[in-house]
Design a protein around this ligand. Structure first.
Ligand SMILES: [Zn+2]
Length: 75
């Protein structure tokens, strides 16, 4: 059985992936993720893996650590 932290991480990753897709569709008019957004997404996913606050925080948007790159935050 997976630890709850891991579950949270997985869920967070899914949310971020969806967010990136939506963002790209809206702002870059591409059906799939463009290279730029893919890069941002991969970066964000990596941040999630290394986020020390995963256990205590409820959601990344509430996180005080700069998990997201400035570009993603703009959205
Ligand atoms: Zn894009």
């Amino acid at each position: 059985m997976k630890k709850s932290v891991e579950k949270k991480r997985d869920r967070e990753k899914k949310v971020i992936t969806e967010m990136a897709k939506l963002y790209c569709r809206k702002n870059h008019k591409s059906g799939e993720l463009c290279d730029e957004c893919k890069e941002v997404l991969n970066y964000s996913l990596k941040r999630i893996d290394h986020c020390k606050f995963m256990e205590t925080k409820t959601f990344c948007s509430n996180c005080k650590s700069p998990c997201y790159s400035p570009k993603m935050k703009e959205k």
